[in-house]
Design a binder for this molecule. Structure first.
Ligand SMILES: Cc1ncc(COP(=O)(O)O)c(C=O)c1O
Length: 496
């Protein structure tokens, strides 16, 4: 009987299970109806997305009024609940996947990834132990290995999928602390440029480093870490009895897409026995293209790399990856085998991902990237990444053709930063104008971008990694910004 169920259950339209009282269950027909309806909702949403406003938000008071309630004692039926999810939970919202979302780092997800998440959820494998889902573990090994190879890391390297860049950074810093400091954080020092993402600050804090143990060095005029300054800072700290143990280098800073001199930093780190972590959370995916591989030259020399597939590898959140040069170092850092887990502690050949990171119970995040690559292929992935780089160049070209716009940092790894400076305005007045242009665009609804600060000045920033953005949308976004900027200049805030 058990054998028959095992072999045939996927094909049985309506398995009948007599003598069982349904507990938190739907009938197979209801499950299908709910699933089909949910898929219809997603597909309608995605089909209409380019014509929808990018930006949607609401005040806490409004959300409280709409959604605050005690948990219902009696169920309301899935139709009503699904309807409410569509009407109220997924709106208002800002659409990360929208082709005109250029703020922060976009999340240009893809439908294969979304369905893979649904499948992973439905089958619910325990991706922490080989014995419980060996094929899921193998898919994760293989998918991480594809990234390892693309990044140019040696075959000793390996890694795992985590929630995102922040968790990848925390995981890598934990390995660095363990391998280089024997877990004694008291005198260790971490180095990075002041353009580095705060995921590093947070990771360092969680791991017991004080803020003064993180040296944030001023970058050069292109926002790249200066290797001379880095070496000098290490010397000074070592002379003061501290332990320089880790450098975090950027493979694409969030503000400008700047890439630190990775090969030179790798040489310095190797000469001094210092761990080199590369934050490629958003920019690392550029290695798929020839141009990106040249820009990221040296990335494969790192001791660890963070790369987010929920950014420029087109996966739904959450999907980050951390790779470590010697995969064994992950195990060294995280492995613990309590009595209650001995049953599935197999030979060293079989990887228990619970031994490689923070999570014991963990979801099957690798499936979405694996399925996406299986369905579309690497050529399509490569072209999609390359498209993001081109789009930033289109935006830059359009901005250069208009009066009163200044390019602050040219297109690099899909980011361009710029300012509107009519009549050469500067200082706080110009900063305020950039912010008003950004909020003006959000209110307009056509597109969304964000601001950042470079050398104390507020700048506008477009991150263009959604391959579904058309050239025309990119150009129209810039022209819309120009119109909004001129309206704002004509009616400055103090005018009433
Ligand atoms: C360069 C960089 N590092 C780290 C992160 C943090 O990643 P996550 O938001 O996935 O935790 C980001 C997020 O944008 C990033 O751009």
């Amino acid at each position: 009987m058990a054998g028959a169920v095992h072999e045939g259950y996927l094909r049985l339209p309506n398995p009948v299970r007599p003598n069982r009282r349904p507990m938190l269950e739907l009938s197979p027909d209801e499950m299908r109806a709910l699933g089909y309806r949910a898929v219809d909702m997603m597909v309608s949403h995605l089909a209409a997305l380019p014509d929808e406003p990018v930006f949607g938000t609401a005040a806490r008071a409004e959300m409280e009024a709409r959604l605050r309630e005690p948990p219902p004692a009696e169920g309301r039926g899935w139709e009503a609940v699904l309807q409410r999810v569509g009407d109220e939970v997924f709106r208002p919202m800002t659409h990360l996947t929208h082709p005109r979302f250029f703020a922060y780092v976009p999340g240009p997800s893809n439908f294969i990834g979304a369905i893979a998440d649904a499948l992973a959820s439905g089958f619910n494998p325990f991706a922490g132990a080989w014995a419980m889902s060996p094929a899921a573990a193998q898919v994760e090994l293989v998918t991480a290995d594809w990234l390892r190879e693309a990044l140019g890391m040696p075959s000793t390297a390996g890694g795992l999928f985590v929630s995102g860049g922040s968790m990848a950074t925390l995981t890598a810093l934990a390995v660095a602390r363990h391998k280089r400091l024997g877990d004694d954080a008291s005198r260790g020092v971490i180095y990075c440029s002041n353009q580095t993402h705060t995921a590093v600050d947070r990771g360092a804090r969680i791991l017991g480093f004080r803020p003064d143990q993180l040296r944030k060095l001023a970058p050069d005029e292109h926002y790249r870490l200066r290797v001379d300054d880095l070496a000098a800072a290490m010397d000074a700290d070592a002379a003061a009895g501290l332990r320089p143990f880790c450098v975090v280098a950027n493979a694409g800073t969030t503000s400008t897409g700047a890439v630190d001199p990775l090969a030179e930093i790798a040489d310095l780190c190797r000469a001094r026995g210092v761990w080199m972590h590369v934050d490629g959370a958003y920019g690392g995916a550029a290695v798929l293209t020839d141009e990106g591989r040249a820009i990221l030259h040296g990335i494969g020399e790192a001791d660890s790399i963070a790369l987010d597939a929920h950014k420029w590898l087109f996966q739904p959140v959450e999907c980050g990856c951390v790779l470590v040069r010697q995969a064994e170092d992950l195990k060294d850092t995280f492995r613990m085998v309590p009595a209650y887990l001995r049953d599935n502690d197999l030979s060293a050949e079989e990887v228990n991902f619970r031994d490689w990171g923070v999570q014991l119970t963990r979801g099957f995040r690798a499936l979405k990237l694996w399925m996406t690559i299986q369905v579309f292929g690497m050529h399509a992935m490569r072209a999609a990444v390359g498209r993001g780089m081109r789009l930033a160049e289109v935006a830059e070209e359009e901005l250069r053709a208009l009066a009163d716009w200044e390019i602050v940092t040219p297109a690099q790894l899909g980011i361009v930063t710029f300012r509107h400076r009519p009549n050469g305005i500067d200082g706080a007045e110009a900063d305020d104008l950039q912010r008003r242009i950004a909020t003006g665009l959000a209110a307009d609804g056509y597109a969304l971008l964000s601001t950042t600060e470079l050398r104390g000045r507020t700048v506008l920033r477009l991150c263009t990694i959604n391959p579904r953005t058309t050239d025309e949308e990119m150009r129209r976004t810039v022209r819309t910004l120009d119109r909004i900027a001129r309206e704002r200049v004509d009616s400055p805030p103090h005018a009433g």
